[in-house]
Design a protein around this ligand. Structure first.
Ligand code: HEC
Length: 221
């Protein structure tokens, strides 16, 4: 069998398959099988992201109408709706939610994603994503301001001239103010990765990551 290259490749192929299955399937399962699967209500116990409060201050009338007050209950509702939209609008078709330990991704996005981050109801089914037409979003929390997201969802090319991301004008009312869905989606974006001890991008603080978004040229992807 080993006289031919085919035999060696066959054994190597099966070996790598078994290794991948062990390291990426079996081991995480064994390590995390006792971990509880968190609900959104569990997750918001960590706190409300400041951007949610900022939305309430900036659009008081609309926010009160859509969400009431910016508390844990309304925050959880906004995240749930934002997540539904993310799935329904197929954002995952162009975006991943997993920082991988390759290609210096940590320099761009912060700490590599941890299996524990996926033990929650918003990751069932998982939103790792396989395609990266756009950047990874697992650490999007605080990376951009609400204003940036508003401009970007309304017209991506207004802030990223070469963007191929579609315009999501239906997330806005006639005056160009984000509607309930728009605010929910922005809240979901501002929440992704906020479970880390430091928001890696929030005001440029945190152990890893390039700092404030302005310093990073995201146009050239
Ligand atoms: C056709 C592919 C495509 C789809 C679908 C898409 N995007 Fe994007 N997205 C991109 C590309 C390309 C970029 C990078 C250029 C830019 O900023 O527009 C991007 C950038 C972004 C950014 C900015 C990330 C950063 O900090 O630089 C966010 C946030 C985002 N997308 C969210 C979404 C959401 C939410 C949806 C679904 C409602 C979505 N995208 C759908 C391609 C896509």
């Amino acid at each position: 069998m080993f006289e031919s290259k085919t035999g060696i490749f066959l054994v190597a192929g099966l070996g790598f398959f078994a290794l991948a299955f062990l390291v990426m399937g079996l081991l995480p399962w064994l390590i995390y099988r006792g971990e509880p699967i968190l609900t959104v209500d569990d997750m918001v116990q960590k706190g409300i992201v400041p951007e949610f409060v900022e939305l309430a201050e900036r659009f008081p009338k609309q926010f009160a109408q859509y969400f009431g007050k910016p508390d844990e209950k309304s925050f959880a509702a906004a995240i749930r709706r934002g997540h539904q939209l993310y799935v329904g609008e197929a954002c995952w078709h162009c975006h991943s939610q997993q920082v991988r330990p390759v290609s210096n991704e940590t320099l761009r996005w912060g700490p590599v994603s941890h299996a524990r981050e996926y033990q929650n109801e918003l990751q069932m089914p998982v939103l790792f994503g396989t395609r990266r037409v756009g950047p990874d979003l697992a650490r999007e929390a605080g990376r951009r301001t609400n204003d940036w997201h508003i401009a970007h969802f309304f017209k991506p090319r207004a802030v990223a001239p070469l963007s191929v991301m579609p315009e999501y004008t239906w997330f806005f009312d006639a005056n160009g103010v984000p509607n309930r869905d728009g605010m929910a989606l922005i809240t979901y974006m501002q929440w992704l990765g906020s479970w880390l001890d430091h928001y890696p991008y929030y005001q440029g603080e945190g152990p890893a990551g390039p700092g404030p978004a302005e310093k990073v040229n995201m146009r050239g992807i």
